[in-house]
Design a protein. Structure first.
Length: 205
Protein backbone atom coordinates (compact mmCIF):
# COMPACT_ATOMS: atom_id res chain seq x y z
CA UNK A 1 0.00 0.00 0.00
CA UNK A 2 1.49 3.35 -0.99
CA UNK A 3 0.47 6.99 -1.22
CA UNK A 4 -1.19 8.15 -4.42
CA UNK A 5 -3.35 11.07 -5.54
CA UNK A 6 -6.18 8.71 -6.50
CA UNK A 7 -8.48 6.45 -4.48
CA UNK A 8 -8.56 8.74 -1.47
CA UNK A 9 -4.79 8.97 -1.28
CA UNK A 10 -3.95 5.26 -1.12
CA UNK A 11 -3.22 2.62 -3.76
CA UNK A 12 -2.33 -1.01 -3.20
CA UNK A 13 -0.22 -3.49 -5.15
CA UNK A 14 -0.01 -7.22 -4.58
CA UNK A 15 1.17 -10.45 -6.26
CA UNK A 16 -2.10 -12.31 -6.75
CA UNK A 17 -3.45 -14.69 -9.38
CA UNK A 18 -5.58 -12.89 -11.98
CA UNK A 19 -7.54 -13.42 -15.17
CA UNK A 20 -5.83 -11.82 -18.14
CA UNK A 21 -9.14 -11.09 -19.84
CA UNK A 22 -10.34 -9.16 -16.78
CA UNK A 23 -7.37 -6.79 -16.68
CA UNK A 24 -8.38 -3.20 -17.39
CA UNK A 25 -4.91 -1.91 -18.25
CA UNK A 26 -1.21 -2.49 -17.77
CA UNK A 27 1.26 0.08 -16.53
CA UNK A 28 4.92 -0.15 -17.50
CA UNK A 29 7.46 2.16 -15.86
CA UNK A 30 10.52 2.91 -17.98
CA UNK A 31 13.74 4.69 -17.09
CA UNK A 32 16.33 6.16 -19.44
CA UNK A 33 20.09 6.26 -19.26
CA UNK A 34 21.88 9.41 -18.11
CA UNK A 35 22.08 11.96 -20.91
CA UNK A 36 19.00 10.68 -22.76
CA UNK A 37 16.18 13.16 -23.28
CA UNK A 38 13.23 11.53 -21.51
CA UNK A 39 10.65 13.78 -23.17
CA UNK A 40 11.98 13.04 -26.65
CA UNK A 41 12.07 9.32 -25.85
CA UNK A 42 8.45 9.45 -24.67
CA UNK A 43 7.40 11.11 -27.93
CA UNK A 44 9.35 8.49 -29.89
CA UNK A 45 7.60 5.65 -28.05
CA UNK A 46 4.28 7.35 -28.66
CA UNK A 47 4.92 7.26 -32.41
CA UNK A 48 6.14 3.66 -32.38
CA UNK A 49 3.18 2.42 -30.30
CA UNK A 50 0.12 4.50 -31.25
CA UNK A 51 -2.24 2.28 -29.23
CA UNK A 52 -0.22 2.84 -26.04
CA UNK A 53 -0.55 5.94 -23.91
CA UNK A 54 3.01 7.15 -23.25
CA UNK A 55 3.30 9.78 -20.53
CA UNK A 56 6.38 11.71 -19.49
CA UNK A 57 6.65 11.75 -15.70
CA UNK A 58 7.25 15.48 -15.37
CA UNK A 59 4.34 16.23 -17.69
CA UNK A 60 2.16 13.85 -15.71
CA UNK A 61 3.07 15.58 -12.45
CA UNK A 62 2.38 18.96 -14.03
CA UNK A 63 -1.01 17.84 -15.29
CA UNK A 64 -2.09 16.20 -12.03
CA UNK A 65 -0.40 18.31 -9.35
CA UNK A 66 0.65 21.46 -11.21
CA UNK A 67 -2.31 23.59 -10.11
CA UNK A 68 -2.04 22.31 -6.53
CA UNK A 69 1.68 23.10 -6.38
CA UNK A 70 1.13 26.60 -7.76
CA UNK A 71 -1.69 27.25 -5.29
CA UNK A 72 0.48 26.06 -2.40
CA UNK A 73 3.34 28.28 -3.59
CA UNK A 74 1.07 31.31 -3.64
CA UNK A 75 -0.37 30.36 -0.25
CA UNK A 76 3.11 29.96 1.22
CA UNK A 77 4.21 33.34 -0.17
CA UNK A 78 1.10 35.06 1.17
CA UNK A 79 1.57 33.36 4.56
CA UNK A 80 5.15 34.63 4.81
CA UNK A 81 4.10 38.12 3.72
CA UNK A 82 1.23 38.15 6.25
CA UNK A 83 3.46 36.86 9.06
CA UNK A 84 6.09 39.53 8.36
CA UNK A 85 3.47 42.28 8.15
CA UNK A 86 1.86 41.26 11.44
CA UNK A 87 5.23 40.97 13.19
CA UNK A 88 6.36 44.40 11.96
CA UNK A 89 3.02 46.02 12.85
CA UNK A 90 2.91 44.54 16.36
CA UNK A 91 6.54 45.48 16.99
CA UNK A 92 6.06 49.08 15.91
CA UNK A 93 2.83 49.55 17.87
CA UNK A 94 4.21 47.88 21.01
CA UNK A 95 7.44 49.87 20.94
CA UNK A 96 5.67 53.18 20.39
CA UNK A 97 3.24 52.38 23.22
CA UNK A 98 6.13 51.41 25.51
CA UNK A 99 8.08 54.57 24.78
CA UNK A 100 4.97 56.71 25.21
CA UNK A 101 4.46 55.12 28.63
CA UNK A 102 8.10 55.80 29.53
CA UNK A 103 8.12 59.35 28.16
CA UNK A 104 8.85 60.91 31.54
CA UNK A 105 11.72 58.51 32.19
CA UNK A 106 13.10 59.23 28.74
CA UNK A 107 12.84 62.97 29.34
CA UNK A 108 14.67 62.63 32.64
CA UNK A 109 17.46 60.62 31.03
CA UNK A 110 17.74 63.21 28.25
CA UNK A 111 17.91 65.97 30.90
CA UNK A 112 20.77 64.09 32.61
CA UNK A 113 22.72 64.17 29.38
CA UNK A 114 22.10 60.64 28.14
CA UNK A 115 22.08 60.66 24.37
CA UNK A 116 19.05 59.66 22.35
CA UNK A 117 21.08 56.92 20.67
CA UNK A 118 21.87 55.29 24.02
CA UNK A 119 18.20 55.36 25.00
CA UNK A 120 17.16 53.86 21.67
CA UNK A 121 19.80 51.17 22.09
CA UNK A 122 18.24 50.09 25.39
CA UNK A 123 14.86 49.53 23.78
CA UNK A 124 16.37 47.80 20.76
CA UNK A 125 18.24 45.37 23.02
CA UNK A 126 15.01 44.48 24.81
CA UNK A 127 13.18 43.99 21.52
CA UNK A 128 16.14 42.04 20.13
CA UNK A 129 16.09 39.54 23.01
CA UNK A 130 12.39 38.86 22.51
CA UNK A 131 12.87 38.67 18.73
CA UNK A 132 15.74 36.18 18.96
CA UNK A 133 13.80 33.99 21.39
CA UNK A 134 10.74 34.06 19.13
CA UNK A 135 12.76 33.12 16.04
CA UNK A 136 14.46 30.21 17.83
CA UNK A 137 11.19 28.87 19.26
CA UNK A 138 9.41 29.29 15.92
CA UNK A 139 12.16 27.56 13.95
CA UNK A 140 12.29 24.56 16.27
CA UNK A 141 8.48 24.36 16.44
CA UNK A 142 8.28 24.36 12.63
CA UNK A 143 10.83 21.54 12.42
CA UNK A 144 9.07 19.45 15.06
CA UNK A 145 5.37 20.05 14.38
CA UNK A 146 5.26 21.80 11.00
CA UNK A 147 5.29 18.66 8.87
CA UNK A 148 2.59 16.98 10.95
CA UNK A 149 0.29 20.01 10.85
CA UNK A 150 0.74 20.38 7.10
CA UNK A 151 0.01 16.66 6.69
CA UNK A 152 -3.30 17.06 8.54
CA UNK A 153 -4.29 19.94 6.28
CA UNK A 154 -3.29 18.10 3.10
CA UNK A 155 -4.99 14.85 4.09
CA UNK A 156 -8.32 16.30 3.00
CA UNK A 157 -6.90 16.72 -0.51
CA UNK A 158 -5.90 13.09 -0.90
CA UNK A 159 -2.31 13.28 0.36
CA UNK A 160 -2.32 10.91 3.32
CA UNK A 161 1.15 12.01 4.38
CA UNK A 162 3.71 14.52 3.17
CA UNK A 163 7.37 15.19 3.79
CA UNK A 164 8.98 18.60 3.64
CA UNK A 165 11.91 19.06 1.29
CA UNK A 166 14.96 19.54 3.49
CA UNK A 167 16.40 23.03 2.96
CA UNK A 168 18.34 23.70 6.17
CA UNK A 169 19.96 26.90 4.94
CA UNK A 170 16.62 28.38 3.93
CA UNK A 171 14.72 27.36 7.06
CA UNK A 172 17.49 27.87 9.62
CA UNK A 173 19.28 30.86 8.10
CA UNK A 174 17.61 32.73 5.23
CA UNK A 175 14.11 33.16 6.69
CA UNK A 176 15.25 33.96 10.26
CA UNK A 177 17.72 36.55 8.93
CA UNK A 178 15.04 38.13 6.73
CA UNK A 179 12.51 38.10 9.56
CA UNK A 180 14.98 39.48 12.09
CA UNK A 181 16.23 42.15 9.67
CA UNK A 182 12.77 43.47 8.82
CA UNK A 183 11.47 43.44 12.39
CA UNK A 184 14.72 44.92 13.70
CA UNK A 185 14.60 47.72 11.12
CA UNK A 186 10.98 48.45 11.99
CA UNK A 187 11.86 48.53 15.69
CA UNK A 188 14.74 50.95 15.05
CA UNK A 189 12.50 53.28 13.04
CA UNK A 190 9.82 53.14 15.73
CA UNK A 191 12.40 53.77 18.46
CA UNK A 192 13.39 57.04 16.80
CA UNK A 193 10.07 58.45 18.01
CA UNK A 194 11.55 58.52 21.51
CA UNK A 195 13.70 61.48 20.56
CA UNK A 196 10.70 63.78 20.82
CA UNK A 197 10.47 63.27 24.60
CA UNK A 198 12.99 65.96 25.51
CA UNK A 199 11.19 67.35 28.53
CA UNK A 200 8.85 66.15 31.29
CA UNK A 201 5.19 66.59 30.50
CA UNK A 202 3.85 68.43 33.58
CA UNK A 203 0.26 67.86 32.48
CA UNK A 204 0.62 64.15 33.28
CA UNK A 205 1.29 64.94 36.98
Amino acid sequence: VYQDITNGGRTAKAHLPYEQDAVLWYTINADVRPGVDALAKAKDYGKQFPSVKVTHLEQYLEQTLGSTIRQMTVAAFLSVLLALSIAVLITVLFLQMLMAKDRDSIAIMRSLGISGGAIIKQYLIRIGIVLAAGILVGTFAAKIWGQGIAGLLMSSMGASSIRFAKEPWTVSAAWPILFGGLVGSAAWIAALSGRKYKRIDRRSE
